[in-house]
Ligand binder design. Structure first.
Ligand SMILES: Nc1ncnc2c1ncn2[C@@H]1O[C@H](COP(=O)(O)OP(=O)(O)OP(=O)(O)O)[C@@H](O)[C@H]1O
Length: 272
């Protein structure tokens, strides 16, 4: 398997403050990574480096075989799908959901006078169905619920068949039903062998979709643990990352974490 992303001794400093420090990390094409860490740990910054949206202060970042600083990042960005609240904010509220997805093929955020190929129209409708948005194709983006908006933003990110898909907190702010629906879709996507490498930032172990294979735990800009999900996502590593002891459990491929001593019956938890 070839590397989709490789960071070697990467540091990122802003206003004299180290935000990432000494990061070594490799993502291969069949891997689906989740990034966990406290607020301000550097998760989004890591994703921005992976999206070729930022350059490291020192060290080497290689994305899809291209080393940042030595390539045309605009060409590179076309090969990467990114869905985040920042990408959602750039979408005009009056855009139809079909156009939100379709315009990704032309790397624009609002439809103007472009003529779209029939093949792109078919692809957009197929992706809308895949992300359970078929009935919303003519709806305006600004009228969607949070859950529908998240799915539309991800549908847009996968429209161009990216070689790397980056998701920044896709289930943040969703109600329980919308979250579970999105996790089911993300899980199906992660489990498909035709899907690209994925990296997803989340705040909650409960939001890791089955099918994700690896985890990176980060604290104050430094990696606490990284590797295969099962061996990396442990109560010990969560404590080292969040500074609090946890009971961690796993059932039917889903994780749950509770601060130790915080729940009744805590002594029955902890089994993985
Ligand atoms: N361009 C910048 N200039 C100055 N500080 C920055 C910049 N980008 C990020 N930071 C700071 O770097 C730290 C890490 O930010 P980042 O958004 O990567 O964290 P995060 O782990 O994604 O946090 P959260 O979970 O709260 O979203 C924060 O303290 C943030 O204020």
């Amino acid at each position: 398997m070839s590397d989709v992303l490789s960071l070697s001794d990467v540091s990122y400093v802003r206003d004299g403050r180290p935000i990432l420090n000494g990061i070594d990390w490799t993502v291969e094409e069949d891997q689906r990574w989740v990034i966990l860490g406290p607020n301000g740990a550097g998760k989004t910054t890591l994703l921005r480096l992976a999206s070729a949206g930022e350059f490291p202060t020192s060290g080497t970042v290689t994305v899809l075989g291209r080393t940042l600083g030595r390539v045309d990042v605009f060409e590179l960005r076309n090969r990467i799908g990114m869905a985040s609240s920042a990408t959602a904010r750039r979408i005009p509220a009056g855009e139809t959901v079909r156009d939100v997805v379709l315009t990704a093929a032309y790397s624009v955020e609002g439809r103007w006078n472009e003529e779209y190929d029939r093949i792109d129209l078919r692809q957009a409708d197929r992706i809308l169905d895949e992300w359970e948005l078929g009935g919303f194709a003519e709806h305006r983006f600004g009228t969607l619920s949070d859950g529908e908006r998240k799915r539309a933003t991800i549908a847009r990110a996968v429209m161009t068949d990216p070689e790397l898909l980056l998701l920044d907190e896709p289930s943040a702010s969703l109600d329980l039903g919308a979250r579970e629906r999105l996790l089911r879709l993300l899980s199906g996507y992660a489990e498909s062998s035709s899907s690209p490498a994925m990296i997803m930032v989340t705040h909650h172990v409960e939001e890791i979709p089955p099918g994700f294979t690896h985890a990176l735990l980060i604290r104050e800009g430094e990696i606490q643990a990284a590797g295969e999900l099962e061996s990396t996502l442990t109560a010990e590593n969560l404590e080292a990352t969040f500074g609090l002891p946890f009971e961690l459990s796993r059932s039917r491929g889903r994780y749950a974490a509770v601060a130790r001593g915080a729940a009744d019956g805590a002594d029955s938890a902890g089994a993985i």
